[in-house]
Each structure stands twice: as C-alpha cells, then as structure tokens.
Design a protein around this ligand. Structure first.
Ligand SMILES: Nc1ncnc2c1ncn2[C@@H]1O[C@H](COP(=O)(O)OP(=O)(O)OP(=O)(O)O)[C@@H](O)[C@H]1O
Length: 287
C-alpha cells in the first residue's frame, strides 16, 4: 500500500495540515471494506457489465479507470443502489459492505445511501441555500436530530475535513451557489461527510475543475481516506496515479459488455501492467 506520507512526498506537493479536533454527533464511523461479487448490469436487454468482481479495501482509495462507455459509472452507481432508480436498469450479483449485502431484501435503500455517499461529476450544491445549510442538508433527509451546538460543530468539522473551512468560515450564511466550482465540489464533499458515510463514491469529481481546484480536491481525498473508503472514477491517469492505492481497469471491446481486465496496486498497474491492453491504456495509446 502507498501510505499518505509516501504519496504526499512522492506525488504531491506538501499537504495542508488538516487535523480535525471535531467529530459529528454520535459515534465515529468505523472503516469499512466494500466488495462487489459477480456484478452484471443491463439497460433493457443490453448487458453492459459482465460478472465484475472487485474488493475495495477499507480506508483505501480505489480508482476505476478505462475508456468511455466501458461501464465504470454504472458499476459505481450499483455500489450504492442508484442503478435501480433507472426504470430499464437491472442487475445481478452482490455488493457487500463489511460482509453484509446492501441489496439484501431486509436492507433499506436509505441504509445504502447513508453508508455509501456519492459525489458527482458536476458540483451540485443547493444554490440558494446557505453554505451551512448545504452541509446540514443530508441530516434533514436522513431525519438525524442535532441541536444548535451540534449543528455548528458539524458544519465546522465537515467543512474542515473537506478542506473548505478557512475559505468560508466568515460567510457561512452566504448562498452555496456563490462559491467557485472547486469550492462547490468541496461543499458537496462536506455535505456527504455530514451523514458519516463509511464509503464515498466519486464520479469524475474533478472533471469540471481547474488544475488548482483539482489538486485541492485530491489532497482532500487523501486526507479523507483515513476515515472513509473511497472509490473514484477518473479519466485522468495522472490523478489515478497521484491519489489511488489500487486501480481497476475496465474495458468493453467491440460492443461486448464491460469487464475488469486487470486490477491491483496502482504503482504496479502503471509501472508493470500484466495485460498489454492495460499498458496501452495507462500509457495513453488508446481511450
Ligand atoms: N441510462 C442509461 N440508459 C441506457 N444505457 C445506458 C444508460 N447509462 C449508461 N448506459 C450505457 O451503458 C454503458 C456503460 O455506460 P457508463 O456510463 O457506465 O460508462 P463509463 O465507463 O462510465 O463511461 P464514461 O467514461 O464515458 O462516463 C454505455 O454503453 C452506455 O451507453
């Protein structure tokens, strides 16, 4: 495994000293592993993922890489039961969060969403809502009670962990829509953290951002991996190399459904891939 310090010294400039003396109300989440077993996915009759299995270890960053249309986002959305929101969508297989199937008939959909948060490609804060209320929005949706002091604590804690506190501490009542794109994305990360997820899924979280904002989000991700398991879809190979501990290379060649061609330690995937197609992809020869 690449440690935070290894990554910080070899792949990124010095990280900000983000230490969090605050915790959200209630017990801290424990690190949890996620495992996909034999996942297949269909849109209508069309099979787009074919028996994909992947272990995403607790407290690690797993990057899903591969050319457009190979099923990375579909796979990600299956992990927290968003795939089933699409009327024509079907799936088979199991997703285990710390060994428990998130699709088990006695498991509530809201449990999956609470435990497995999602950050999307385009920052999507509630634009007219204040910065503080954006952070707290998830609490309302999940019916979590917190008094005023706890709410203030939570806002500061989540914004600090998302790397945004120092930039917004003096304007918490200003609308979320008034922040820059990179700040809005970190606000969305803070909003996800407020409901204490065990896993954070990120679907190309930096693709709409400039290089400086991208670097800040990457630093935030590396910090957050201490407390949540992260799965990120990225088209940016440098980003995958900078932030992830392990990678999975997806491919859907010639109209066949997406499969994982190769997965493993990020450094090994980039420096000595086992499959020629992986080598070609990570070296920019296709996709
Ligand atoms: N809502 C949908 N309805 C029908 N087909 C879909 C839907 N969403 C995705 N697909 C199809 O499923 C396949 C996998 O798409 P997906 O978005 O998961 O790929 P991806 O690897 O994430 O692509 P990209 O990197 O371009 O985002 C594609 O062929 C796509 O056209």
């Amino acid at each position: 495994m690449t440690t935070l310090d290894d990554r910080a010294t070899t792949l990124l400039p010095a990280l900000p000293d983000v230490r969090d003396p605050f915790v959200p109300p209630g017990p801290a989440p424990t690190l949890a592993a996620l495992e996909a077993r034999e996942i297949s996915a269909w849109f209508g009759d069309r099979l787009v993922l074919d028996r994909v299995s992947l272990e995403m270890p607790a407290g690690r960053i797993t990057a899903l890489i591969g050319p457009s249309g190979c099923g990375k986002s579909t796979f990600l959305r299956i992990l927290n039961r968003m795939h089933e929101m699409i009327p024509s969508a079907k799936l088979a297989g199991e997703v285990l969060l710390d060994g428990e199937d998130v699709y088990a008939v006695d498991r509530k959909l809201t449990d999956a969403r609470r435990n497995i948060g999602m950050v999307f490609q385009k920052p999507n804060p509630f634009p007219a809502m204040s910065i503080a209320d954006n952070v707290l929005a998830g609490l309302r949706l999940t019916g979590t009670r917190a008094d005023r002091e706890q709410r203030e604590h939570l806002v500061e804690s989540c914004l600090t962990r998302a790397g945004l506190w120092n930039e917004v501490r003096d304007r918490l009542d200003a609308p979320g829509g008034g922040l820059s794109g990179g700040q809005q994305q970190r606000l969305c990360i803070a909003r996800s953290l407020a409901i204490k997820p065990k896993v954070l899924l990120m679907d190309e979280p930096c693709s709409a951002l400039d290089p400086t904002s991208t670097r800040v989000i990457e630093e935030t991700m590396i910090e957050l991996a201490r407390e949540v398991t992260i799965v990120i879809v990225t088209h940016n190979m440098q980003q995958a190399a900078r932030v992830s501990d392990q990678c999975a290379f997806f491919l859907a060649s010639h109209g066949t459904p997406g499969v994982i061609i190769e997965h493993g330690d990020t450094r090994a995937m980039f420096e000595s891939p086992q499959d020629e197609r992986t080598s070609n992809y990570v070296n920019g020869r296709f996709g």
